[in-house]
Write a protein that binds this ligand. Sequence first.
Ligand code: HEM
Length: 200
Amino acid sequence: MSPNNDPLFALKTRTWALHEALEKRLAFPDNFVSKTDYSQVLTLFYIFQRQLAFYTKIYQIQVTDQFLLPLRNRLPLIEQDMHQLAIPLVSMERFGTLKLHSLDEFYGCLYVSEGSTLGGKTIQTAMLEIHGESALDWTQYLNPYAQQMQPMWQSFRSALLDEIASGKVTIDGVVNGAEKTFQYMLDTASQLGLPARRTF
Ligand code: HEM
């Protein structure tokens, strides 16, 4: 498949500016060094995973088994990381809600979560260098699949490609869901008061 008609290539290119904006907003590594700042980062990811879990309940019946959905639930991992660091779980009422309106948009949101394991693995490695090996205990969320990261990413991509090829969802709908999710994270970062830093 040439990049011109590869929907996954379109998904990546159409959402990359938002990825870059979020990456800048998170300001790695600056916001990942002190516990106070990293608490904000983890809280942001926690709010995101709570929204994803909410929509998983709504859409799971329509999701093909090929997605291995139960294996992709990262909420328990982030709760364990936060417990290790004694970070309180925020109450969701304080924050805006992500508004997804279709299975297509749900897949877009799931794409954002799954894609974040790619950068997450690199970030975990850096965290171990900054904080020492003990950081393995509280960075599980960043790298949920360990050695299985690539196979999990590839199986997610092929399941999504099949769902688009069969016409069950449209690429435009999936892109919309991913854009909404990235934007939700940017808005929530501001609401949390995550420090905006100049990293370069
Ligand atoms: C904070 C620092 C981050 C860094 C350094 C980072 C870095 C990366 C890298 C290296 C890739 C792989 C690109 C490739 O293989 O071509 C990637 C992919 C991706 N990241 Fe991030 N990332 C970060 C944060 C995030 C966050 C917070 C999210 C979402 C919550 C996210 C979502 C994605 C997605 C969806 C992809 C898949 C792109 C695709 O191939 O379709 N990233 N990221």
